[in-house]
Design a protein around this ligand. Structure first.
Ligand SMILES: NC(=O)c1ccc[n+]([C@@H]2O[C@H](COP(=O)([O-])OP(=O)(O)OC[C@H]3O[C@@H](n4cnc5c(N)ncnc54)[C@H](OP(=O)(O)O)[C@@H]3O)[C@@H](O)[C@H]2O)c1
Length: 244
């Protein structure tokens, strides 16, 4: 099956491309660096020629509501319109567990993306996953200075590789609208994850300062509430396995 991956050069996208290839599918990368811009639509029609299915793991790095709404709204619509023109039969989008409970800036953009997919012209599946094991590192990379300020968040992290495997399994099946939430095997504190990652040499050594944020993020708003698939690799094992 020919599968286009929006954001195929990103953290998640690179794993999705590898898993698709290993499963015998033919992946196509949609990213600005590969000549396709989701925001302008440039290059999308050419890239989607002959594509059977699409997986959207594109992203914008922001905490700002307007920036996130604009990105996920425009990119999502452009991708779906081009996918419909190409005759794509299944569109899979990756979202976040608890996105409807945690109503801060970025999460509103993700909620908007889900709405665009639901109302779009292509049969769809939305998979909500919890934060990745890699999330602590992504966050630390963005924090400059001698102290690492990390929000107090209770998470149930999963290896991004396992998320990629779930996305590839889903895209090969029938569209299912909202898929059951995907989460990791154990509940963790993000502050603790950041400290352990630094201790393991996975990020620059500096003190981690917990930041309390208002809202449900610290009290389990990002945890799954119902049944669904669970990854098997714990954060501790992922740290020990060289963080792949
Ligand atoms: N991090 C987590 O813990 C977590 C948890 C659950 C769900 N998610 C979701 O997972 C998704 C992927 O996140 P990620 O951290 O893997 O992303 P990422 O590493 O930031 O990668 C973003 C990708 O989007 C592409 N992109 C950005 N703007 C584009 C544009 N205008 N046109 C085409 N491509 C564009 C980038 O390629 P170019 O720069 O080359 O264009 C890149 O391939 C996000 O939607 C996020 O909400 C993340």
């Amino acid at each position: 099956m020919k599968v286009a991956v929006a954001g195929g050069t990103g953290l998640t996208g690179r794993h999705v491309i590898e898993v698709l290839t290993a499963a015998g599918h033919e992946p196509v990368v949609l990213a600005r660096s590969a000549g396709a811009d989701l925001m302008t639509g440039a290059g999308l029609d050419a890239a989607l020629d002959g594509v059977d299915a699409t997986i959207d793991v594109s992203n914008v790095t922001t905490m700002n509501r307007d920036v996130a709404m604009r990105f996920f709204g425009t990119a999502g619509r452009n991708l779906l319109d081009a996918a419909a023109r190409a005759g794509v039969r299944h569109h899979v989008a990756l979202s976040i567990v608890g996105v409807d409970r945690v109503k801060t800036g970025y999460y509103q953009g993700k909620l908007h993306q889900e709405q665009v997919v639901r109302e779009g012209p292509v049969p769809w599946t939305v998979l909500r996953a919890t934060q990745f094991h890699e999330f602590a590192g992504q966050l630390l990379e963005r924090v400059r200075g001698p102290l690492a300020v990390v929000p107090r968040m209770t998470v149930q992290p999963i290896a991004v590789r396992e998320v990629a495997e779930a996305l590839v399994e889903i895209v090969a099946g029938e569209p299912q609208k909202a898929a059951p939430d995907l989460a990791g095997p154990q509940v963790e504190s993000l502050v603790d994850m950041a400290r352990r990652l630094i201790r393991a040499g996975g990020s620059r050594r500096r003190p981690v300062v917990p930041l309390w944020l208002p809202g449900p993020m610290a009290s389990g708003g990002l945890l799954p509430t119902g049944p669904g698939s669970r990854g098997v690799l714990t954060f501790e094992q992922w740290l020990g396995e060289g963080r792949r």
